[in-house]
Design a protein around this ligand. Sequence first.
Ligand code: PEP
Length: 248
Amino acid sequence: MKRYIVANWKLYLSVAKSVQLAQQLVRFERAQKIGRDVEVILAPSMLALSAVALVLKQARSKIKIAAQDCWIADEGAFTGATSPRELRRAGASFVLIGHSERRQHGGEDDALLAKKVAAARAAGLKIIFCVGETKEERNAGRAHSIVRGQVRGVKSEIDLLAYEPRWAIGTGLPIEPHEAAQMHEVLAKEAGNDVPICYGGSVSEKNVAQFLSLPHTNGVLIGTASSTYASLTAIISNARKLSERSLV
Ligand code: PEP
């Protein structure tokens, strides 16, 4: 089974550090012959995206680029916005939409996210759609219905689904694997079994194999641990071992 490793570099790295990490990863990819079994997708900051894309292109790398967000239109009177079409031209193949930090800090709701999904698809970007509940919603027993509701309006348009419980992001406290498995089953039923599902929320080299071994789980979305060479390559290596085992 193909595994997806989505590295969300958020606003952790400068442009220079993003380029440096991309160069190191390309060397790692070549040395380790990372290929079809693991799809590595880097999501650099907007300002670093073109430079990272150039590194990958020059190295003829199979590593893909995701933008961390996009706007609902390709051009117009939208100060500060980022055009999906220009992201595609800059080298992005994917875009993250609905990340909880955008929902939380940018006040993005389901209606706006659906417009972003439509604009990104029209521009030829593949959609990594992020969903997840708050701790209060989970404690109230509403996690499954909340997350199903987040997916419902966009499910026919997405290429990858990332389940990221909000309270597990950046806290070092991932969800219990059996709870992730329950949610992934719910999501597989809601979105259709052919949409790959990633888990995100405090994934590290120590727990990645556990999450990747769950049913209905095709990959991981990693924030903090993806921004250093040592931990990102350890995660990729662990994912590869699992893929190799599942081929045997
Ligand atoms: C994320 O940003 O989507 C994320 C999962 O972050 P972290 O791995 O740091 O929890």
